[in-house]
Structures are given as structure tokens and as C-alpha cells.
Design a protein around this ligand. Structure first.
Ligand code: SAM
Length: 209
């Protein structure tokens, strides 16, 4: 996976490559029948109409955060917990929010089984961020928002990085934000397609109105 999909697409951060070589991705896929595809170049279903992201996208989003093992990171959308495990190897502490209880519980179990002890998971609406634990050095959102929730910027440290897919339901742009003393720097990193970020500051459904 790393040699054929990640390095050829220009992911250079050695620590990201190392983490992706180390974390057993198949363990995060609940259906064992899909394990033979766990290292392939596409997302896979994890139940509850959600997906584990394509390996390259995980690598790209992680590299974008420029982590050096000292950071406090917020992840929105724990999903399978695979991206969380990668972050846990590269950051000091990871706070991860998932809105679907079953997915959060499964992710916790797999993360514990591979000794990811620097991860805290909570079941909540991640569009609100995690104000009690802010500020964060980095924030990563693994579901797509119609617009960037303002609270993510507020909950970033100066110098902090945010990576988030933003756009329409079926087509988004991956956006990197750097918070500086003078304001924010915004970089667009290309097209992507994620499931919806559902919540008060994301896409609305009947139960979030
Ligand atoms: N990075 C994950 C992985 O590797 O498995 C992929 C996660 S999946 C693409 C996106 C996740 O975001 C889903 O599990 C979904 O339930 C979750 N999600 C959507 N809206 C959310 C919200 N407001 N707060 C927390 N999680 C949310």
C-alpha cells in the first residue's frame, strides 16, 4: 500500500509513511470478508452507512497537519478509528469525536487492542468542536462540511492547522487552514469526496434541527 499508492503520490513525511506501515488497517474493518481489500486504493464500508477513508487520503490529510509528536490534536469523525490510530503515533494526544455510538465503541476496542493509549473518544456532535479541551494544535475533519464551522478556527492555537473537506454533498475541496496572529491562511488541496458532516454547524437532518 505505502509503496504502490502513497509514495508515488508524493507523500514524503517519513513519520506518516512509518505510521502507515505500522498500523494494521484490516483490523479497523468490521467485516472480515473485506480484509483482503483492506490495503487497496479505495474506501470501504464500516457499517452505519459510513466508510473507512482511502489510504492515500488518510496519508495526505495527516501529512498536511505537519505533526511532530508534541501536538494536541482534535479529530472529528472517528469512524473506524484507523485515522485516529495514525494520528496517535504522530501526536502527543488525540481527542476524537464520533456521532454514532456503535462506531465509537468499535473504534475504542480496536485502538485498545493495539495499545493506542493516548486517544480519548467521545460520542457527540463534532461540529461544535471540543471547547473544554481547546485549544488544539491541529484539527482534522473526516466528514465534509457545507462551510467551515467557525468554532474550529476559534479552538485552534496560533500556528495551528486545520484540514477539512468543504463543499457540496457529492463533491468537495480539501482545505487547509493555518491560524496566525494576523488571521487565517487558506490553501486548497484538491478535490475529494467524503460522507457528510452532520450536526448543528454541518449538514442538517431531522434529528439535528
Ligand atoms: N477517518 C475515518 C476512518 O478512517 O475510518 C473515516 C470516517 S468516515 C469517512 C466519517 C465519520 O464522520 C463517520 O463515522 C460519521 O459518523 C462521522 N460524523 C459525521 N458527522 C459527524 C459529527 N457531527 N460529529 C462527529 N462525527 C461525525
Amino acid at each position: 500500500m505505502v509503496e504502490t499508492q502513497i509514495i508515488p503520490r508524493n507523500i514524503k513525511d517519513r513519520r506518516v509513511l512509518e505510521a502507515m506501515l505500522t498500523i494494521p488497517r484490516h483490523l479497523f474493518i468490521p467485516e472480515e470478508a473485506l480484509w483482503s481489500q483492506a490495503y487497496s486504493d479505495f474506501p470501504l464500508p464500516i457499517g452505519e452507512k459510513q466508510t473507512i477513508s482511502q489510504p492515500y487520503i488518510v496519508a495526505l490529510m495527516t501529512e498536511t497537519l505537519e505533526l511532530e509528536k508534541t501536538e494536541k490534536v482534535l479529530e472529528i469523525g472517528t469512524g473506524s478509528g484507523y485515522q485516529t490510530a495514525i494520528l496517535s503515533m504522530l501526536a502527543n494526544k488525540v481527542y476524537s469525536i464520533e456521532r454514532i455510538g456503535l462506531l465509537a465503541a468499535r473504534a475504542r476496542k480496536v485502538l485498545d487492542s493495539i495499545n493506542c493509549s493516548n486517544v480519548v473518544i467521545k460520542i457527540a456532535d463534532g461540529t461544535l468542536g471540543w471547547p473544554e479541551e481547546a485549544p488544539f494544535d491541529a484539527i482534522l475533519t473526516t466528514a465534509a462540511a457545507p462551510e467551515i464551522p467557525q468554532c474550529y478556527i476559534e479552538q485552534l492555537n496560533i500556528g495551528g492547522r486545520l484540514v477539512i473537506p468543504v463543499g457540496e454533498e457529492y463533491s468537495q475541496t480539501l482545505v487547509k487552514i493555518i491560524k496566525t496572529k494576523e488571521g487565517i491562511i487558506k490553501q486548497e488541496m484538491g478535490g475529494c469526496r467524503f460522507v457528510k458532516l452532520i450536526g448543528r454547524h454541518g449538514w442538517k437532518t431531522e434529528d439535528t434541527l
